[in-house]
Design a protein around this ligand. Structure first.
Ligand SMILES: [Fe+2]
Length: 296
């Protein structure tokens, strides 16, 4: 019996469903705290979750497992909230001591989450997403099939998004180049069978609607200084402001042929404007999708 079904057994109908959805919401709200901590990676967690869901579906996993993997992908980097800023945001190569600190984030994330009633849903993704088939990953150096299924999927998707995302200090690489790197490292850094499926998805153009996006149908908008870093919420439209968290530039959304564009407002954002926010609409959508699959 699955965890959510166990919870179902002790609660009545509508109340039961609401309780389960509340628990899932609380998990995902925590995921957004990670994104608030590292705002330069706008939409990273949504994309990793979306890629992971797509890959899990393509592999043919049942809906309940797909939903679990999509949730684990949102939470995989939870432990990064404990990494000091000067290490998390360092642009140069990390020293051995600094890398040793980075390597603590999978186990720290798991220990922080472990008291949550649904923690087990995300355990594998959190603890093992930096393990690799060749056993050279961290923290435990697991190899091959010993790396849990969820982590093998999330590990591929996390690396792909890191390669194709633009950061303030470097442009994201083209999709084809990132796929080539995955292909070259199959069986070493990336699970061979799952990696091959992922590369095939990419070559078929089935990842294009996720790369450079922050929600279904919503692309990142371009900051003239920093590249595609501007995040638009689903509820925002023409006339609304969006902000670059890298250079603090303010932009106004404007209609143009084929959609919206971001136009410089000619000023920098105030601290209040740069405050991170959890995207409650997006969280609610993910919870609805996941709850349905986990229960049925
Ligand atoms: Fe990580």
């Amino acid at each position: 019996m699955g965890l959510l079904q166990q919870l179902s057994a002790v609660l009545g109908g509508g109340q039961r469903r609401q309780h389960q959805e509340d628990l899932l919401t609380s998990l995902l709200v925590m995921a957004w705290m990670v994104e608030a901590r590292d705002p330069y990676t706008g939409g990273h967690l949504w994309r990793v979750s979306r890629f992971s869901r797509l890959l899990a579906e393509k592999i043919g996993l049942p809906a309940g497992e797909v939903a679990r993997i999509a949730i684990g992908a949102f939470l995989h980097d939870l432990g990064k909230v404990s990494i000091p800023d000067h290490i998390l945001g360092k642009k140069d190569r990390l020293t051995d001591d600094e890398f040793a600190v980075i390597k603590t984030h999978p186990e720290v994330g798991w220990r922080m989450l472990a008291g949550h009633p649904l923690a087990v849903l995300a355990e594998a993704a959190i603890r093992a997403h930096h393990e690799t088939p060749d056993g050279r990953g961290y923290p435990r150096g697991l190899a091959g099939e010993a790396v849990p299924l969820d982590a093998r999927i999330v590990g591929i998707c996390d690396a792909f998004d890191a390669m194709t995302s633009t950061r303030p200090y470097r442009r994201g690489m083209p999709i084809a180049k990132a796929l080539e790197i995955i292909r070259e490292n199959l069986g070493r850094q990336f699970d061979r069978a799952f990696g091959e499926v992922f590369v095939a998805l990419g070559e078929a153009g089935e990842l294009d609607h996720i790369v450079g996006h922050t929600d279904e149908g919503i692309p990142l908008y371009d900051c003239v200084m920093c590249g595609p870093t501007l995040v638009r919420r689903r509820t925002q439209g023409a006339g609304d402001h969006v902000y670059c968290h890298a250079c603090t530039g303010v932009y106004v959304l404007a209609e143009q042929a084929g959609g919206l564009t971001a136009v410089q407002a000619g000023r920098t954002a105030s601290p209040a404007e740069l405050e991170p926010e959890a995207d409650t609409d997006l969280i609610a959508q993910v919870v609805r999708d996941s709850a349905r699959a986990l229960l049925n």
